[in-house]
Design a protein around this ligand. Sequence first.
Ligand SMILES: Nc1ncnc2c1ncn2[C@@H]1O[C@H](COP(=O)(O)OP(=O)(O)OP(=O)(O)O)[C@@H](O)[C@H]1O
Ligand SMILES: [Mn+2]
Length: 271
Amino acid sequence: MATLRDSLGDFVDGVDGLFLFSPSTAYYERFADADVPRVVIANENGVGADSFVELPLEFDNVRDRIRFGVEGAMEHGFVAAGDTVACAVSVFEEGGDADSLVRVRVDESMRSGIYDLFTDSRAEPGVIRDVFEVAIDLGKKGQKGKPVGALFVVGDAGKVMNKSRPLSYNPFEKSHVHVGDPIVNVMLKEFSRLDGAFVVSDSGKIVSAYRYLEPSAEGVDIPKGLGARHMAGGAITRDTNAIAIVLSESDGMVRAFKGGDLILEIDPEEY
Ligand SMILES: Nc1ncnc2c1ncn2[C@@H]1O[C@H](COP(=O)(O)OP(=O)(O)OP(=O)(O)O)[C@@H](O)[C@H]1O
Ligand SMILES: [Mn+2]
């Protein structure tokens, strides 16, 4: 009779790598003698790992977290299609040691575009992260307790401005404010009650509010049930090198589009 330990050993049989998500130093050191390469996926490389993938958001959805890590590791050349990796993640114990091990076969279909969204967009990764944070926060709290929608078009601002028109005066016309600044976050939330899109530059400068986007929507395929805001947000990312981060007023989800495709869906309530 095999013990439970023997039986579950199958789980790591033949793996080509061990992915440690946000490990403590002690947890990382525990695998110092592992016979496979270790890859750390975390918001910073606090453990000084040789193989490190920077996680811009603590994706609460474990599937997204793993997809981000796998895609990032492929991009860095730590793993390749055909490899199998064991991912040690914490599902219930936030900030604690891993409580789950997920065996993942790496293949091209794992390239969901999440990693690419953050690291290979025109806008700086920190800017994209900051805009996500505003959208998630807005989704959680709403505006004065009511659900609110918002559309942020990030990067390639010159071209985005050329494919849009003002719905009202632009409160950011003469200002030099950037996303991530706490005052700006309050302003963005306040202005999100009004129509149209925010346009943000590659470096995070808020170029405009109240823009009505006029991209050609031809050939853009967005999920059924989503309306004009999402269509415009998706389409502008095919017409330009911007990405769009959209908070839905009707279902409360935050979605990201790149190249006309829906890349990521986040439920703010889970953050
Ligand atoms: N082309 C556009 N450019 C900028 N903003 C737009 C555009 N089209 C719609 N919007 C904004 O989106 C708002 C909601 O429109 P609509 O309900 O059709 O979108 P939706 O995709 O269903 O979004 P939601 O899930 O938030 O309802 C509009 O009131 C308007 O402010
Ligand atoms: Mn709607």
